[in-house]
Design a protein around this ligand. Structure first.
Ligand code: ZN
Ligand code: ZN
Length: 341
């Protein structure tokens, strides 16, 4: 089978290797679609804080069960599935309390273990979720990023009627916009540097959008909603400018949910966090959020398909990364098809 290996930053090699055999408790999946995530772009450039090549990337995928290993009882050959890419110990403090996304020994497929930019992948049965008949493979692959958004909103203290701001209208920001709507947010404000993304944010339920290239988000928000207008900010960019905007725009005593991955360590206005009793909450991946995400897509309460802007075969993965770098305005979700040649 073929797989795409990131051998060093910015260099991908397509390798021909033996198809993996599912071991005890493992399921072999023929990968149909695998999305490129913002964190993959960090890995590609060698700027991801917790991942270093060589690695087979790819953690947002769906496919068909090709073979099952000994001891597998819950999943059958031929089923259409999506996979939660977390490999966990199941024994540490947080695993035992159900917060396995922050397992002490967490490894993520496509980051610390080989992922799904490959024709086949063997994964533990626990990680495999069947997708309903009315869901496409593309929707199945997008269960992963949607689960990030579901987890972020679930971990926040969002209550019906709260005003929320989402900094960054990339795929995750746009999904948080939709989930916040489902979760009962009142006013939703979204910021980004690109008009096209803001347009999509409005279609997904944002009441106010701010182009941070042209306007100061903190000023606009204080004008539109007042100093006490923002209950929760979701920071979905991961740079110094946006985390500090979040600190300055949120009402005193309110909450910032940090979703973005920080390539560089930012200078954060800690003084204001202290002085205004701001609560900063980090969120990582998801725990037990796949069933909700599958339902939201299956019931068409969240639209993931409109995030897809480009499609490439596996052999053109490197080109897909170059496109994402070059065309920030035109790209959102780029999908890779390992079975296509
Ligand atoms: Zn991802
Ligand atoms: Zn653990």
């Amino acid at each position: 089978m073929r797989r795409a290996v990131l051998v060093e930053p910015e260099k991908i090699v397509i390798e021909e290797v033996e198809r993996p055999k599912p071991g005890e408790g493992e399921v072999l999946i023929r990968v149909e679609v695998c999305g490129i995530c913002g964190s993959d772009i960090h890995m590609f450039h060698g700027t991801h804080p917790f991942v270093k090549p060589p690695i087979v990337q790819g953690h947002e995928f769906s496919g068909v069960v090709e073979e099952i290993g000994p001891g597998v009882s819950r999943i059958e050959v031929g089923k259409r599935v999506t996979v939660e890419p977390s490999l966990i110990c199941g024994r540490c403090y947080n695993c035992l309390r159900g917060r396995y996304n922050i397992c002490n020994e967490l490894r993520v497929l496509g980051a610390q273990a080989d992922g799904a930019f490959a024709e086949y992948i063997a994964v533990p049965e626990r990680t495999v979720y069947e997708v309903p008949e009315n869901m496409s493979f593309e929707e199945g692959a997008l269960v992963e990023p949607l689960s990030v958004a579901v987890h972020a909103v679930e971990r926040s203290s969002l209550e019906v009627g709260n005003n929320v701001v989402i900094l960054g209208a990339g795929p995750i920001g746009l999904l948080i916009t939709q989930v916040a709507r489902v979760g009962g947010a009142d006013r939703i404000v979204v910021t980004d540097l690109y008009e096209r993304r803001l347009e999509l944010a409005r279609e997904f339920g944002a009441d106010i959008t701010i182009n941070a290239k042209r306007e100061d988000p903190v000023e606009v928000i204080h004008e539109e909603l007042g100093r006490d207008g923002v209950d929760i900010v979701f920071e979905a960019v991961g740079v110094e400018a946006t985390i500090n905007q979040a600190i300055e725009m949120v009402r005193k005593g309110a909450e910032i949910v940090v979703v973005g991955v920080y390539g560089k360590s930012p200078q954060v206005k800690m003084g204001l966090i202290q002085d205004r009793e701001i609560v900063v909450k980090g969120v990582l991946m998801y725990a037990w959020n796949y069933p909700t995400a599958i339902r939201l897509i299956g019931e068409r309460r969240v639209d993931v398909m409109r995030l897809i802007t480009h499609r490439y075969p596996l052999t053109e993965l490197e080109e897909a990364y170059r496109l994402l770098d070059r065309e920030k305005e035109k790209t959102l979700k780029v999908m890779i098809y390992p079975q296509l040649t």
